[in-house]
Design a protein around this ligand. Structure first.
Ligand code: PXL
Length: 276
């Protein structure tokens, strides 16, 4: 494994096991120097908690980046997740241009929607801006809801292979090089991920657990990035991240008090065995 300095841009939800509090430990465990750019600080995530506080850090970003440019700091991968404002999306594009090494990878999790709906903080202006950013992705990691928003496709709970393949094709036509579409279920009791790369669709199917947990998109994307940077192909990394996420849900689902996230820490030792 080549040690790399990477940057991840997403929010800090102080409580709730998502975004940076998931990405930083997972990527560190995967052996990467992980620098962070917090997009916002929230007391908790926004799915299920009420009365949370939010501090949008958009206005801090230009100064932070100017300092990094002055220090000649560069990153070999930039991985983005939940952003704090529409204005930040244009800033992220500038960060890609200024702070990535020459062959550096842009990995984008659009992190804006699930179960057919946008997260409460976002609107269609955000979606429009996110479409532009996702068109520049080397690797794009949406769920089906996000893929629908990115491609102006009506969301369907029941779908077939043609519907899924159509979503993937539209995202690639819009510019994304490789797309990993999560939460694709063709058979009862099973779910999986489709990897679309160089015109080829590959599907990894696995068990679907009864419980739909918060934060699993972030756990999945972080484990994917960690595996990919350890030299795995996109398909191998998609599979490793899926197995890890299933184990995290399994380790959480019997604890009714733990409704807000998954106990991703309990499965880290299994995740990193993939890289020995
Ligand atoms: O897991 C996605 C996510 C990240 N960050 C914040 C969120 C959510 C999902 O709701 O609210 C603040």
């Amino acid at each position: 494994m080549a040690y790399q300095k990477i940057l991840t841009i997403q929010d800090i939800s102080c409580v709730g096991q998502c975004s940076l509090t998931v990405a930083l430990p997972i990527l560190s465990a995967c052996g990467m120097e992980t620098c962070i750019l917090p997009s916002a600080v929230l007391s908790t995530h926004t799915s299920g908690f009420t009365g949370f506080t939010v501090r949008d850090l958009t206005d801090d970003i230009p100064g932070i980046c100017a300092h990094w440019i002055k220090e000649n700091i560069k990153f070999s991968t930039i991985y983005t997740g939940y952003l704090g404002s529409t204005k930040q999306i244009a800033m992220v594009q500038e960060i890609f241009d200024a702070l990535l090494t020459e062959k550096g990878a842009k990995i984008i999790d659009p992190a804006m929607a699930d179960n057919g709906k946008l997260y409460t903080a976002f609107d269609m202006e955000y979606v429009e801006a996110m479409k532009g950013l996702c068109g520049s992705a080397d690797i794009l990691l949406p769920n089906i809801t996000e893929a629908c928003f990115l491609t102006d496709t009506p969301y369907q709970e029941i779908y077939d292979r043609a519907y899924i393949d159509g979503l993937l094709e539209k995202m690639v036509t819009a510019g994304a090089k490789t797309v990993i579409l999560t939460g694709v279920s063709y058979t009862e009791g099973k779910t999986g991920v489709v990897v679309y790369e160089n015109g080829i669709y590959s599907y990894y199917e696995h068990r679907k657990l009864a419980k739909n947990c918060h934060g699993t998109g972030d756990v999945y994307a972080s484990a994917f990035v960690g595996a990919y940077l350890n030299g795995k192909t996109a398909f191998e990394a998609a599979k490793i991240a899926a197995n890890y996420t299933v184990q995290c849900i399994e380790n959480t689902q019997d604890d009714p008090d733990h409704w807000y996230g998954v106990k991703f820490e309990t499965a880290l030792s299994t995740l990193i065995k993939n890289f020995e």
